[in-house]
Design a protein around this ligand. Structure first.
Ligand SMILES: NC(=O)c1ccc[n+]([C@@H]2O[C@H](COP(=O)([O-])OP(=O)(O)OC[C@H]3O[C@@H](n4cnc5c(N)ncnc54)[C@H](O)[C@@H]3O)[C@@H](O)[C@H]2O)c1
Length: 361
C-alpha cells in the first residue's frame, strides 16, 4: 500500500511524539514540516532532510504532494492552518483542544465539513489500555452503571521547564483548555453519557505561575443520574502527580489511581480491591499511535473517523460551561449534544494527483 504522506504543522514539544509515532509507522511518511519559528523549523529539517520545510502550510502544501496534516500548534489562531488544509484537501488531525474558544472550534468543524475534509482531534488518552479497561468494567453487569464519580487530578506543572510549551502561562483558563479537556473527554468516553448541567468554580492560588486560573472545581451532572465531582489543578503545591478517579456503581466501585494505569474494582463487601491486569504500553507513544492507526485506516477507507471534531465539540461545551458557571455563579444547563456528522467512508487516493486535485474522501 502506498505511504500516507503527512505534513506536520508546529514543531514544538508535542511534535516530538508525532515524529516518533510516524517514524515507527512503515506506511506513513513525513513529507513536509511547517513552523513560524526558524530554529524549530531548522531542527526538524536537520532530522528530516527529505521533508519540504516552510513557515506556512499553504506554501508547503503547494510544494509537496501530501494526504494529511497534523496540527501541533497552540490552539488559538488556527484559522489559516485549517483554511490551508481544506484548500489543499488534506485530512486534518488537530491536537487538542481544537481551538481556544468554542465558537472557533465550531467554525473549524464547519469549514472542514463544507470542504469534505476529515477532521479528527488528538484525544490520545482514549487509547490507553487503562481507559479501555475502565470503560469495559461498566460494559458488563459486574458493577453496573455509575451514579457517583469523583475525578481528582493534582499536578504541580512547572510551565517554565524547557521541555514544556509556554503559551499556557498567559492563557485565560489554562487548566480548563489544556488539561481538563482531556478529563472531560475521558468522562464522556468512559461513561458513554453526555453532561446535562455543570456548576463550577475556577481560581488561582497565590503561588500559581499561571496568569489565568490553574484550579478548577466542578460538579458535573450526566444524563442517567450520574453526578461527578471534579477537581483539577496545575498548581498543586507538592511536586507529585495525584490522580484518583473513582466511580461508585450499584454493584461496587471502580478506581483508577494513576493517570496511566493502576485500575481496580471492588464489590461492596469485598475486603480488598481486585486489580485489573493491563498490558504493557509506552506512555505518550502507544496511545498516540493507536489514534494514528485508526486515522490512517479511515483515510484508506477502513473504519470510521476516530475522535471526530463534531464529537469533540461536546467536550469543549463542558469547558465553556465551567467558565460561564464560574463567572456567573450559576449552574449551566447543556444543550443536546452535537451528533457526529463528519465526512465518512474516506478513502485515500494514492495516485500522484496534485494536492489541490486530490480528495481524501
Ligand atoms: N494530546 C496530548 O497529550 C498533548 C500533549 C502536549 C501538547 N498537546 C497539544 O499540542 C499542541 C501544541 O503543543 P506544544 O506543547 O507542542 O506547544 P509548543 O509551544 O511547544 O509548540 C508549538 C509550535 O507551533 C509553532 N507555531 C505557532 N504558531 C504557528 C503557526 N501559525 N504556524 C506554524 N507553526 C506555528 C511554534 O513556533 C512552536 O514551535 C497544543 O494544542 C497542545 O495542547 C497535546
Amino acid at each position: 500500500m502506498t505511504d500516507l504522506r503527512v505534513i506536520l504543522v508546529g514543531l514544538g514539544a508535542r511534535s516530538r511524539v508525532w515524529r516518533r509515532v510516524l517514524a515507527n509507522d512503515p506506511s506513513s511518511r513525513i513529507v513536509g514540516v511547517v513552523d513560524t519559528d526558524a530554529a524549530n523549523l531548522a531542527a526538524a529539517l536537520a532530522e528530516l532532510p527529505d521533508a519540504v520545510g516552510g513557515r506556512a502550510l499553504e506554501e508547503v502544501a503547494e510544494r509537496v504532494d501530501a494526504d494529511a496534516v497534523i496540527l501541533i500548534t497552540p490552539p488559538g489562531g488556527r484559522e489559516a492552518q485549517i483554511a490551508a488544509a481544506c484548500a489543499a484537501r488534506l485530512a486534518i488531525l488537530a491536537e487538542k483542544p481544537l481551538a481556544d474558544t468554542f465558537a472557533a472550534a465550531q467554525a473549524h468543524t464547519a469549514r472542514a465539513a463544507a470542504a469534505g475534509v476529515p477532521l479528527s482531534v488528538g484525544l490520545n488518552f482514549r487509547y490507553m489500555p487503562v481507559t479501555r479497561a475502565l470503560k469495559a468494567l461498566f460494559a458488563d453487569d459486574r458493577l453496573g452503571q455509575p451514579e457517583i464519580g469523583r475525578f481528582l487530578y493534582e499536578r504541580w506543572r512547572d510551565g517554565r521547564q524547557a521541555r514544556l510549551n509556554k503559551y499556557p502561562l498567559t492563557m485565560d483558563q489554562p487548566m480548563l483548555w489544556e488539561q481538563s479537556i482531556h478529563h472531560f473527554d475521558l468522562m464522556r468516553f468512559v461513561y458513554g453519557r453526555e453532561p446535562v448541567a455543570i456548576a463550577a468554580r475556577t481560581w488561582n492560588p497565590s503561588w500559581s505561575m499561571y496568569a489565568g486560573d490553574a484550579n478548577v472545581a466542578a460538579l458535573i451532572s450526566f444524563e442517567g443520574g450520574l453526578e461527578v465531582t471534579y477537581q483539577g489543578t496545575w498548581a498543586a503545591n507538592w511536586d507529585h502527580l495525584g490522580f484518583d478517579w473513582r466511580s461508585d456503581c450499584p454493584g461496587g466501585i471502580a478506581v483508577q489511581r494513576d493517570m496511566f494505569g493502576d485500575l481496580a474494582y471492588a464489590r461492596r463487601d469485598d475486603k480488598t480491591l481486585t486489580q485489573v491486569d493491563l498490558p504493557h504500553f509506552e506512555t505518550w507513544i502507544d496511545d498516540a499511535a493507536g489514534l494514528w492507526a485508526e486515522f490512517a485506516a479511515h483515510l484508506r477507507g477502513a473504519g470510521p473517523l476516530p475522535c471526530p471534531a463534531t464529537d469533540h465539540l461536546n467536550s469543549l461545551r463542558m469547558v465553556e460551561a465551567c467558565i460561564r458557571a464560574a463567572a456567573t455563579g450559576q449552574t449551566i444547563t447543556l444543550n443536546a449534544p452535537t451528533v457526529a456528522a463528519e465526512p465518512s467512508g474516506a478513502a485515500l487516493d494514492t495516485s500522484n494527483s496534485s494536492p489541490t486535485e486530490r480528495m481524501t474522501q
